[in-house]
Ligand binder design. Structure first.
Ligand SMILES: Cc1cc2nc3c(=O)[nH]c(=O)nc-3n(C[C@H](O)[C@H](O)[C@H](O)COP(=O)(O)O)c2cc1C
Length: 325
């Protein structure tokens, strides 16, 4: 059985059904480009607040930027108000998004207080209203990202899948964990499977995928695509690794020295994209993932998180590269 294949979302065809998850603070332009090179068939941007966009918040507006080398890209918006969401969708389309995703799964308090994220799962009629407004406002496909349950006990996945497809969503991403579990614990494959059974739109399965075996379990549950979050941080080649492994080809793992070289190139891209201060601070967030399994990883990471500019960062990583890990 061929699991990894192109993915059709509405009229839009992604070259593969292995998708980079939206991750705030992580999935910006430099990292999205890296994941496309690593074989992702679609990359998702960090969630952007619809109400912040309404007030032209400069940081949020920058988050909608799409570089020419980063397609296919999905821009994710969050909010509790259908009109603001519709406006945000229009802006994301104008900026060059291929797909727009609506967040109905985020458990962060600040997001939930605004009536957005996973609290929407309590009021499926609100999700319906938001989706209808979003779909009406743009020509590109709109998708929904939510969770299989709020509390581990009650399976909401089939209901939310029906709400999504009946209100114009072109696909649904199901994070197969309960909202109370945030990002921890095993994905609930049974809940996922129950949604795949009723779905007339593609189900993109998410949660805990770190290798080909994990992805296979999601495909076998009936998912048409698999979304990878933390498994791609420090390992953007995971998409190729899963595709080649599941399609019976040999995958040669990327060695640590090469990983350090790629991380250094990413740090340089971050500095180009954000300027030195923010670029270095963004790079610090993921250094632990990149250096995992290296000799003296803890000591190098300690040094890296204290560096203040690109020259320092280069010096630290060049030493690691010279050491031939
Ligand atoms: C640091 C971080 C930031 C995240 N930001 C978002 C976000 O902006 N939008 C969203 O829908 N999910 C967000 N998520 C959830 C991920 O998209 C994904 O559902 C979750 O990490 C589970 O997938 P994984 O087990 O493969 O990491 C975030 C997760 C992490 C760890």
């Amino acid at each position: 059985m061929t699991f990894v294949q192109p993915l059709k979302i509405g009229d839009f065809v992604c070259p593969s059904n292995l998708v980079l998850a939206p991750m705030a603070g992580i999935t910006d332009t430099p990292f999205r480009i890296l994941c496309l090179k690593g074989g992702a068939g679609l990359v998702c941007a960090e969630m952007v607040s619809a109400s912040a966009l309404k007030y032209d918040n400069a940081k949020s507006v920058k988050m909608l930027q799409v570089a020419k080398e980063e397609h296919p890209v999905s821009m994710q918006v969050f909010g509790g108000d259908a009109q603001s969401i519709a406006l945000a969708c229009k802006r994301a389309q104008e900026q060059g998004a291929d797909i727009i995703d609506i967040n109905a799964g985020c458990p962060v308090k600040k997001v939930n207080k605004a009536g957005a994220g996973c609290v929407l799962m309590k009021t499926p009629e609100k999700i319906a209203e938001i989706l209808q407004a979003a779909v009406k406002s743009v020509k590109i496909p709109v998708t929904l990202k939510t969770r299989v349950s709020l509390n581990r006990q009650e399976n909401l996945a089939p209901l939310l899948t029906k709400i999504a497809q009946d209100n114009g969503a072109a696909a649904i991403t199901l994070h197969a964990r309960a909202a109370v579990d945030i990002h921890n614990g095993e994905p609930n494959i049974k809940f996922l499977e129950s949604a795949c059974c009723v779905a007339k739109i593609p189900v993109i399965a998410n949660g805990g995928v770190l290798n080909a075996q994990d992805a296979k379990a999601m495909f076998e549950a009936g998912a048409q695509a698999v979304m990878i979050g933390r498994g791609a941080i420090g390992n953007p080649f995971i998409f190729k690794e899963i595709a080649q492994t599941l399609n019976g080809a040999q995958f040669t793992p990327v060695g640590n020295t090469r990983k350090a070289e790629i991380f250094l190139a990413l740090v340089e891209e971050n500095v180009k994209f954000y300027g030195e201060k923010v670029g270095i601070s963004r790079s610090k967030k993921t250094v632990g993932y990149w250096l995992s399994g290296f000799n003296n990883a803890a000591a190098v990471r300690e040094k890296f998180v204290r560096c203040e500019n690109l020259a320092d960062a280069k010096e630290i990583l060049s030493l690691v590269i010279k050491e031939k890990q």
